[in-house]
Design a protein around this ligand. Structure first.
Ligand code: 7R1
Ligand code: ZN
Length: 261
């Protein structure tokens, strides 16, 4: 089948609107966060999450990223409070990165680009019966975004990196469990929040974004391992997944709120 979308010139973010008109929507993600324009909101609550180690089940190479898919058939791993009403069930986590350590995050902060960005995807299991339904609703998804800076080695991340050589090609997957996604969170849970979208097609405008202010680190070697994944399937000419980050999108009529002063 014709390659639908990707991150190269012929199928990348600049042309996604041809297949996915929502790309030009008015609540697209990521955005460039400008700390001078965010508004402290005293009604925002601290984030509350409780993740069960056994929720993660498999890690897979989906061709445009790798993701850790979780068992979301019951409310075992949930995110609550923060800007959210009700409880959001953990579905999957994945990363976005760039061709060098100089950029690769999707959200930027005061013009600063980071080397990568972790997305922890949850869906509103109180209001909607399943993930796919929730993904169609304006309050259906909640994604925690964690900025990744090139620096110190990240040992919880190493557990993920160690299996990437087994899922090198698009479509491959391997069992991956006994993992706590919050082991990848920074010490501070200060966050910004705004209403946005998935940053990959279908770019659905169903995400309450929660971007943590404090970045985590990963070593250059760890970041390089992300780029060694292939976006080609087994038996196809090898092509490395060097970058899978979408640039910031227009803020339009949106405000970013801060949980912190
Ligand atoms: C149909 O609803 C969804 C929801 C979430 C994802 C995961 C996305 S969300 C993001 S940011 N990066 C990803 O890979 C989907 O993937 C196509 C599709
Ligand atoms: Zn993402």
């Amino acid at each position: 089948a014709r390659q639908s979308w990707g991150y190269q010139d012929h199928n990348g973010p600049e042309v996604w609107h041809e297949l996915f008109p929502l790309a030009n929507g008015d609540r697209q993600s990521p955005i460039a966060i400008k700390s001078s324009e965010v508004k402290y909101d005293p009604f925002l609550r601290p984030l509350s999450f409780s993740y069960d180690l056994t929720s993660p089940k498999v890690i897979l190479n989906c061709g445009y990223a790798f993701s850790i898919e979780c068992d979301d058939t019951e409310d075992r791993s949930v995110l609550r409070a923060g800007p959210l009403k009700g409880s959001y069930r953990l579905r999957q986590l994945h990363f976005h990165w760039g061709p060098t350590d100089d950029y690769g995050s999707e959200h930027t902060v005061d013009g600063l680009e980071f080397a990568a960005e972790l997305h922890v995807v949850h869906w509103n299991s109180e209001k909607y019966p399943c993930f796919v339904d929730a993904a169609q609703q304006p309050d259906g998804l909640a994604i925690v975004g964690v900025l990744v800076k090139a620096g110190e080695h990240n040992s919880p991340l190493q557990k993920v990196i160690n299996v990437l050589d087994v899922i090198k090609t698009k479509g491959s997957q391997v069992a991956f469990t006994n993992f706590d996604p919050s082991s990848l969170f920074p010490e501070s849970l200060d966050y910004w929040t705004y209403h946005g979208s998935l940053t990959v097609p279908p770019l659905l405008e169903s995400v309450i974004w929660i971007v943590l202010r404090q970045p985590i680190t990963a070593s250059s070697e760890q970041l390089a391992t992300f780029r060694s994944l292939l976006c080609s399937a087994k038996g196809e000419p090898a092509c490395c997944l060097l970058s899978n980050c979408r640039p910031p999108q227009p803020l339009r009529n949106r405000h970013v709120r801060a949980f912190f002063h």
